[in-house]
Design a protein. Structure first.
Length: 367
């Protein structure tokens, strides 16, 4: 009888009446539960049927279980690449760190391995966002709340910079800090504000950038080491340092005026460097000439004094002869440079004196 016919005849499709009886008075016999031995025999028959009816049908199952077990054990093999470190966790707790190469750990769920890239140079931008991060198609998005800082001379500077870092210790990096990027950004911004507050704006915008970058790197690394972050700061690079946009035109005018002042100062120093050494040279020359003239006059005076003493000594011995010699020497000096005609007093009694006026005029005009 079909399932539908049993329902229509008010019979139970499971072999008894709906009331549980077979005589209509509610006192029918209940169906006996299946025998356990029959159930086991039926299950074995089913297994034998799937295994081809052979008596050793459980053998493939055992082999399959062994294969699964081997694959499970082999799943503990792992490889750490040259740019990675392997951090082994046992039930979520740190066990040890492995270096590049092939290693083994207990399979999941007992142990698992994290392999962060320890040689990859990461970059954090502070004060600005590149076009790809800010949603713009081109240019750089400025972040005033990060870039505007107060200088030591109470000015405001708009500074953008990038921080480059790598993982120094993978275990500390994974377990001691929750957000590495935000941690590096916050610590570097703190360090930059500290350094900017100790310098004047002119130094920040000109020759002091390299020193500021080095000092910020040192302070940031010190803070991260106190956190046991496992991060190594490799470089701090200033991208831009300018006054705020609202006053940049006035600041540039001030810079131009300072440049003009420096140029005038340099020109004055160049002129001074040219004139002062020359004046010093001329003064030294005059001093040397004066010293030479002094020595000449002193030597000449000493010579004349010695000559006078020698003549005076001779004069005391022979006055007449000395007087005549001195007279002749004097006349020789006086008459040496003039035109003259000498007439003997004995033979020139009848000679008329002649004064050559034309020759005197010629000589006078020539002189």
């Amino acid at each position: 009888m079909s399932f539908k016919d049993k329902i229509l005849n008010n019979q139970s499709p499971w072999g008894s009446t709906p009331g549980g009886s077979s005589n209509g008075n509610g006192s029918g016999t209940r169906r006996d539960p299946p025998n356990l031995d029959d159930v086991i025999k039926n299950f074995q028959k089913t297994i034998n049927k799937f295994s081809g009816g052979r008596s050793g049908g459980s053998r493939p199952i055992i082999i399959g279980l062994l294969v699964v077990l081997v694959l499970y054990i082999a799943s503990g093999l792992y490889r750490v690449l040259p740019d990675e470190q392997g951090v082994v966790l046992r039930f979520g707790k740190y066990v040890h760190t492995t270096q590049p190469g092939l290693h083994y750990h207990f399979p999941v769920p007992f142990e698992r391995v994290l392999t962060p890239k320890v040689t990859k140079v990461n970059r954090v931008d502070v004060g600005f966002r590149p076009a790809s991060d800010s949603g713009r198609t081109s240019g750089v998005g400025n972040v005033p709340e990060e870039s505007l800082m107060l200088t030591g001379d109470e000015n405001i500077v708009d500074i953008n910079y990038s921080v480059f870092w790598v993982i120094k210790d993978a275990q500390k990096f994974l377990f001691n800090i929750q957000s590495p990027i935000e941690t590096v950004k916050a610590t570097s911004e703190t360090a930059m504000r500290e350094v900017i507050a100790k310098n004047e704006i002119q130094t920040i915008l000109t020759e002091g950038r390299s020193n500021i970058e080095v000092e910020v790197q040192e302070i940031t690394q010190k803070i991260l080491d106190e956190y046991n972050s496992g991060i190594q700061i490799t470089q701090v690079q200033t991208q831009q340092a300018d006054p705020p946009a609202q006053v940049i035109d006035a600041f540039r005018d001030v810079q131009a005026a300072r440049a003009d002042r420096e140029r005038s100062k340099n020109e004055a120093e160049a002129y001074a460097n040219d004139v002062i050494p020359r004046a010093r040279g001329e003064a030294e020359q005059v001093l040397q000439q004066a010293e030479a003239y002094k020595k000449e006059v002193v030597a000449k005076a000493e010579g004349e004094a010695s000559r006078f003493l020698a003549i005076y000594s001779e004069y005391k011995d022979a006055k007449q002869v000395t007087q005549e010699r001195m007279y002749l020497e004097t006349m020789e000096k006086v008459l040496a440079d003039i035109d003259k005609v000498i007439i003997d007093k004995d033979s020139g009694s009848g000679v008329v004196p002649y004064l050559p006026l034309p020759e005197l005029k010629k000589s006078g005009s020539t002189n």
